[in-house]
Design a protein around this ligand. Structure first.
Ligand code: B12
Length: 215
């Protein structure tokens, strides 16, 4: 008989709404690996399971909400030590991440933000359902070097084409998620990132390093 893996333990705890058991399983899964490794090998595949079970109809709304919040809390807590400090911090580029108005799927964007933070980027995460005007205000206020937006539908971006084109006159705008592709990117004066989060982080870090020479 196959022994239960920590991922099986996590699912068993989630199925029973056992927050303490799920936390323990997450701690085991995250143990001894850097955050980006945990995101790539644990969190994204687990979110994929969530999506698959949702599509199969074997995951209730309550379970989905429970597991999303649990992962969010765990990820944020695990990342708090990773933000740069001191002189390094001042030279580090600033990136604003958000889902435009009407878009609530922000878990993968959160993962991307945490991986960027681990690479030394100063991340300003605005999360779900953020009006483009508010994103522009935050980008100006934070002195951002780039903005990354994610959306599951193309209309999430195209509905704000003129505002996004205005924003892109000031700084590079990237779009990502299932709603992003090169055609929509062109329409909204942005650059489409690959759908693969780890590779997208590498692209962003490369572009930011090229932009801010001192970093
Ligand atoms: C969890 C979930 C929710 C949660 C979101 C929690 C959160 N805070 O993120 C909640 C409950 C809020 C939600 C709400 C809704 N949802 Co929903 N949701 C899902 C679900 C089950 C999982 C999403 C997920 O995290 N998947 C796991 C990740 C790892 O995979 P992924 O999303 O495909 O992303 C991959 C790439 O696209 C990429 N990627 C994604 N984002 C980003 C960002 C960056 C920066 C980068 C680089 C890459 C990247 O990385 C991933 C790995 O390759 C999906 C079903 C599914 N199969 O995905 C539906 C799904 C996305 N939801 C859907 C719908 C319709 C809704 C609702 C409208 C339902 C309703 N009637 O109320 C609402 C409101 C949505 C809104 N206004 O935005 C549809 C979207 C269809 C569409 N394209 O229009 C889906 C596909 C379900 C379905 N088949 O109907 N949902």
């Amino acid at each position: 008989m196959r022994t239960a893996t920590p991922r099986d333990e996590l699912w068993a705890a989630v199925d029973e709404f056992d927050a303490e058991g799920a936390e323990l399983a997450l701690k085991r899964l995250f143990h001894g690996i850097p955050l980006s490794g945990a995101v790539a090998t644990v969190v994204l595949p687990f979110l994929q399971d969530v999506g698959d079970r949702w599509e199969e109809g074997t995951l209730s709304v309550a379970h989905e909400h429970f597991v999303s919040e649990l992962l969010r809390r765990h990820l944020v807590a695990s990342s708090s030590a990773d933000q740069p400090a001191g002189d390094t911090a001042e030279a580090a580029p600033v990136v604003v991440l958000a889902c435009p108005a009407g878009e609530r799927h922000d878990m993968v964007l959160l993962c991307v933000g945490l991986m960027l933070g681990e690479r030394g980027v100063r991340v300003r995460f605005l999360g779900a359902d953020t009006p483009v005007a508010a994103i522009a205000t935050a980008a100006r206020g934070a002195g951002a070097d780039a903005v990354v937006l994610s959306g599951t539908r193309p209309t999430v971006f195209s509905a704000h084409a003129s505002a996004l084109c205005r924003l892109s006159e000031d700084l590079p705008v990237y779009i990502a998620g299932k709603g992003a592709d090169p055609r929509i990117a062109e329409e909204v004066c942005a650059t489409a990132l690959t759908d693969e989060p780890v590779r997208a982080v590498a692209t962003l870090v490369g572009d930011l390093a090229a932009l801010s020479g001192s970093w």
